[in-house]
Design a protein around this ligand. Structure first.
Ligand code: ZN
Length: 99
């Protein structure tokens, strides 16, 4: 499938079933449903916003990126062992807060 240029700075993509997607030329990159680093579901705007800048969710940003932004930009990523430990820790946290 190839994007076709339309008028008024728009482009169109037609899939095999004939479904057409029309978006502005400068449309921002899409955000996946799950984080590329931890695999957890993207939940809100902060996840989407940080994904577009750093390629990870807000939780991964706070855990690994913000303490070493230069290293992150240079390509440093957590090991699979570090990611698994962090995922186990997050799974033990409650998914909601009760007041
Ligand atoms: Zn993540």
């Amino acid at each position: 499938m190839v994007w076709k240029k339309l008028t008024q700075n728009r482009k169109m993509l037609e899939d095999v079933s004939g479904f057409k997607i029309i978006i502005p030329e400068g449309h921002m990159k899409t955000v996946p449903l799950d984080c590329d680093i931890c695999g957890f579901l993207m939940r809100d705007y902060s996840d989407a916003s940080l994904y577009s800048k750093y390629g990870c969710c807000a939780s991964c940003f706070m855990k690994w990126v913000e303490y070493d932004i230069d290293g992150w930009h240079a390509g440093r990523r957590p090991t699979s062992n570090e990611i698994e430990k962090e995922k186990e820790k997050r799974l033990l946290q409650p998914s909601y807060l009760v007041k």
